[in-house]
Design a protein around this ligand. Structure first.
Ligand SMILES: Cc1cc2nc3c(=O)[nH]c(=O)nc-3n(C[C@H](O)[C@H](O)[C@H](O)COP(=O)(O)OP(=O)(O)OC[C@H]3O[C@@H](n4cnc5c(N)ncnc54)[C@H](O)[C@@H]3O)c2cc1C
Length: 158
């Protein structure tokens, strides 16, 4: 059994952000991801309040210098194709929230995962959590499958 304080399943934005913050605070974190990054994912259009999370993760400057398309407003189209008025973020929010980005999720998620790694989380890609590990009728961890090595690993709290 590989032991740690926290096992996080999935290195999407939520898993990698949580791993980055917990590892930064000194916890032994294992972040398990079944695919290999960068991988395609839907969900490209960020909302302004993501900037607060990006700031917490120390990534706001990197995002500002990135080539991701800058997004200053949103406009909605209904089922009949009728467009709403544009919603300009700078008319509602302070300057630091007035702009966000349209990201390539492969690249964006890799950046978040790298932040978790830099903060000390152990990243296990191409590893899928497949079931809970039981001992004496108690769930004590996770069973993970590594298809490349055709191997089952056991992970759990120390
Ligand atoms: C069609 C569509 C359009 C969307 N558009 C937008 C948008 O424009 N803007 C926006 O903000 N949001 C959008 N979303 C929502 C956005 O995609 C999600 O909110 C976001 O991806 C959730 O992040 P997450 O980290 O929780 O999960 P995910 O990004 O789904 O990440 C989960 C990760 O866990 C891994 N995983 C899953 N199971 C296991 C396992 N058993 N073992 C190991 N790894 C595992 C997966 O491989 C994946 O990498 C959209 C969603 C859909 C479906």
């Amino acid at each position: 059994m590989i032991s740690c304080d926290v096992v996080i399943i999935g290195a999407g934005p939520s898993g990698s952000s949580a791993a980055a913050v917990l590892a930064e605070k000194g916890h032994k974190v294992i972040l398990i991801e079944r695919s290999r990054f960068p991988r395609y994912h839907v969900g490209e259009s960020l909302l302004p309040f993501n900037s607060k999370i990006l700031k917490r993760l120390g990534l706001l400057d990197k995002m500002r210098k990135s080539t991701f398309i800058k997004k200053n407003s949103v406009q909605f189209v209904d089922q009949e194709g009728v467009m709403s008025n544009p919603f300009y973020f700078n008319t509602r929010y302070p300057d630091d929230l007035a702009q966000t980005w349209q990201v390539e999720r492969g690249e964006f998620d890799s950046m978040l995962m790298q932040t978790a790694k830099q903060n000390g989380a152990l990243i296990m890609e191409e590893t899928e959590v497949v079931s809970l590990t039981e001992e004496n009728g108690e769930d004590i961890g996770f069973n993970c499958f590594e298809p490349k090595r055709k191997k089952i690993l056991k992970l759990g709290p120390r």
